[in-house]
Write a protein that binds this ligand. Structure first.
Ligand code: MTE
Length: 320
């Protein structure tokens, strides 16, 4: 992965004003896709004087609590223009332009492997059948920059339940579209296309793990992985595979794109850990896009309470 940290200067005029975002949220609420997790953002993500405490919903699930951050959202403009999507280019600031005409409709996600009920889901099936809600998560790239993104999506566990895994299923594998006519980066023969990723089944079933179909209340843009991508907030961003066409339940640990390329630098687990440095740089701190001062990186990207139990008894050195 490139180690070049290009700084992204942000003018205050570029930062999305919270009032604009909140009015978009009101619109979404009318459309019925804002849930308790989103309501919490209004409570925790804005100064106390803007939001009455009475709007804090009670009885939140751990995922809803985790997705309510008191940190500033990253400007929508930055989320849309500073991207890693190597199928298009390795230049973060050119992805959006090169992905402009990407055809993400019609789209089918094949879900197969060790399941009793394999299915091909169209995006329309997905939007119609799963409970799309808003989750505000930190995203920490392995390159030591980070963002806070309001995703729209649904728990991956819902989709897994719909296909009914057999008892032999222990892992889940994801694959991105690889269409050389649309993705100029595929001609870069250095990489083992298609991009593929994987999770252990218990990680995939954790309530924090979502499939995202949108962000900032809008459809997912091509550069962010339209029409559907994975989001696993306690792992480095490379696990959050974009534009998924295939999901497979397996008994063996699947190979993954970055582990294939450099197994000593990018492991299968890729849990955010400030104490385990990348061989070529420190992971102790990060550059939050839009901020000047570096922040300390948190274990499991701040989600230890929700996920640390998944790794009890495992050697942390093997969880990078
Ligand atoms: N998925 C695919 N198919 N191709 C990629 O190059 N890059 C990963 C991840 N998913 C990548 C991918 C990396 S390194 C990061 S940090 C995130 O996508 C970036 O997501 P974003 O551009 O939406 O912020």
């Amino acid at each position: 992965m490139t180690t070049k940290y290009k700084s992204v200067p942000l003018l205050s005029s570029e930062v999305t004003q919270k009032k604009d975002y909140l009015s978009r949220r009101d619109f979404l609420k009318q459309a019925g896709i804002v849930t308790a997790g989103a309501a919490l953002l209004a409570a925790c993500g804005t100064p106390a004087d803007e939001t009455p405490a009475t709007s804090v919903p009670q009885n939140l699930s751990p995922a809803q609590e985790a997705s309510s951050l008191s940190e500033e959202l990253t400007a929508q403009e930055s989320v849309l223009t500073y991207n890693n999507y190597y199928e298009f280019t390795t230049d973060k600031e050119r992805v959006a332009k090169l992905a402009e005409n990407f055809q993400s409709s019609p789209w089918t996600v094949e879900v197969s492997g060790l399941v009793n009920n394999p299915q091909n889901f169209s995006i329309e099936d997905i939007l119609g059948n799963f409970n799309i809600e808003e989750r505000i998560y930190r995203m920490r790239c392995v390159e030591a920059w980070s963002m806070v993104i309001p995703w729209n999506g649904f728990a991956l566990s819902e989709l897994i339940k719909a296909v009914d895994p057999t008892p032999e299923a222990k892992y889940i594998r994801f694959e991105t579209l690889a269409d050389p006519d649309q993705m100029p980066g595929l001609s870069n023969g250095l990489y083992p296309w298609p991009y593929q990723e994987g999770l252990r089944l218990d990680e995939a079933l954790n309530d924090l793990t979502i499939l995202s179909t949108g962000l900032y209340g809008e459809e997912l843009a091509s550069q962010n992985g339209a029409p559907i991508r994975l989001v696993v907030p306690w792992k480095y961003g490379f696990k959050s595979i974009k534009s998924i066409v295939k999901i497979e339940l397996t008994s063996e640990q699947p190979s993954t794109f970055w582990e294939d390329i450099a197994p000593n630098e990018y492991g299968f687990f890729a849990n955010v850990n400030p104490e385990i440095d990348h061989p070529r740089w420190s992971q102790a701190s990060e550059r939050r896009i839009g901020e000047l001062k570096r922040r300390e990186t948190l274990p499991f990207n701040g989600y230890a309470g929700e996920v640390a139990h998944l790794y009890e008894g495992m050697d942390p050195a093997k969880l990078f």
